[in-house]
Ligand binder design. Structure first.
Ligand code: SF4
Length: 424
């Protein structure tokens, strides 16, 4: 099989999975299916699936709108109705989309939620966002409060606190709305499928230790986390997708190939970078090309851990279903304190033998942006690897200054080049 055919197989599968899901959502009301809106970090996809309900993730709709160049109009719509310029642009994009007919990323109309499931993992904006959706739809809200991890460890009290809420608040709410009784065996079955997909995803991340790295763990990585961060964790489809993806990446390792990009493969890996912070979605391909054409490859990123941190060893565990859901929610990247984040980044810089560490500080997201400069300085001191800092936004194109960002990226890469030359 040719490289292109092999590459296409997982991409084609992912595209079909997403299209099928949005088709199901479009037919949800006539099929009698209940719909749950929820957030990516700390999502309880297996639990929602165990009640045969369909998840909608407003952040994913917002980022897809950004990639499809629709977010500027939606944000303008939300600002017209009074949402200030400082509000997270995912929220404004979603509100604008709702007010413009709630047409989802694939062009089909999204159903109204039957339940808003608010997994609270460190972002206060989540609460305000669902307050707005509650006003819009008038449906019930159930909140899972996930305590912040200040010291880098999950204590029994923290885990029990989350499990108690799952037992006493979240599961009863899902039972009420779905009209179905909770089946713990069905949840466990789904968690076993999650763990298989998670094993393969970790193998894909770890392939970036090779030289050349066969993947770009940031720009390519956001495609790899699509199924596991959204509606598909705990499904056979996700297991097959990650198995195929891993096989494709293994084939690239054997052939000593660098990552594929929208403008072709990276044929010469010149810089290995670790990145902190989400990407910009409105100029995603331009942003990627600024690095790929210079042979700069991202070998690890924190953004691809925001919906679950698996490379530290965590797997969903069917033998302790609720406890394992609690550990998953507690362990998402933005639920970790700054010292733990710094330790993780230090590990990535060392283990993936990075030449540089870049921060993309997005205007919208305090969950990411707070403390990033301090983190950068600490990491420079600890690793000796030079840091770079750029600023943009998630889905507001007004905050992506292409020329300015390009200048900064080029200066940074030139500095890394000079440093390498000085060492050789
Ligand atoms: S502030 Fe950040 S974490 Fe919170 S909703 Fe916006 S993008 Fe998501």
């Amino acid at each position: 099989m040719s490289e292109q055919e092999s590459k296409d197989r997982s991409q084609v599968r992912q595209k079909r999975m997403i299209a099928d899901h949005f088709e199901k959502l479009a037919r949800a009301k006539e099929d009698g299916k209940k719909v749950v809106y929820t957030f990516v970090p700390g999502n309880l996809t297996e639990l929602i699936g165990a009640f045969d309900m369909l998840p909608v993730l407003p952040e994913i709709n917002a980022l897809q709108s950004g990639m499809r160049k629709k977010s500027a109009g939606y944000i303008a719509e939300a600002e017209k109705s009074g949402h200030s310029e400082d509000v997270c642009t995912y929220v404004k994009c979603d509100i604008g989309m709702t007010k413009s007919g709630n047409i989802g990323p694939t062009g089909t109309k999204l159903p109204a939620p039957d339940l808003l499931l608010l997994s609270y993992t460190g972002c206060f904006t989540f609460m305000k966002w669902f307050e707005l959706l509650k006003q819009e739809y008038g449906c019930p809200v159930v909140m899972l409060h996930v305590p912040y991890q200040p010291d880098g460890e999950i204590t029994d009290q923290m885990r029990n606190y989350v499990v108690e809420q799952l037992r006493k608040e979240v599961i009863p709410a899902l039972e009420r709305v779905s009209g179905k009784a909770f089946d713990i065996d069905e949840l466990a079955r789904r968690l076993a499928l999650s763990a298989r997909a998670e094993d393969d995803l970790v193998a894909v991340w770890e392939s970036a230790r090779k030289r050349p790295s066969p993947i770009d763990a940031y720009f390519g990585g956001v495609y790899y986390v699509g199924p596991i961060f959204s509606s598909f964790r705990g499904t056979e489809d996700a297991v097959l997708y990650y198995k195929e993806l891993r096989a494709e990446v293994d084939a690239r390792v054997r052939a000593k190939l660098g990552p594929m990009t929208p403008t072709g493969p990276v044929t010469r890996e010149r810089f290995r970078l670790v990145v902190e912070g989400p990407p910009n979605w409105t100029s995603f391909n331009d942003f990627w090309e600024m690095f790929s054409r210079e042979g700069a490859v991202f070998v690890a990123s924190t953004y691809t851990r925001v919906g679950g941190l698996y490379d530290g060893g965590f797997r969903h565990d069917p033998s302790r279903p609720l406890e394992s859901l609690a550990d998953y929610c507690l362990g998402c990247y933005t639920n970790l304190g700054l010292p733990t984040r710094v330790n993780l980044l230090e590990r990535y810089v060392r283990e993936y033998e990075a030449d540089g560490l870049l921060v993309n500080s997005v205007k919208s997201c305090n969950s990411f942006s707070v403390g990033q400069l301090l983190m950068l300085r600490q990491l420079e001191e600890r690793t000796g690897v030079p840091g770079g800092f750029i600023e943009s936004d998630l889905v507001d194109p007004r905050y992506f200054g292409k020329a300015n960002i390009e200048n900064r990226v080029q200066s940074y890469l030139q500095m890394l080049e000079a440093r390498k030359a000085g060492r050789s």
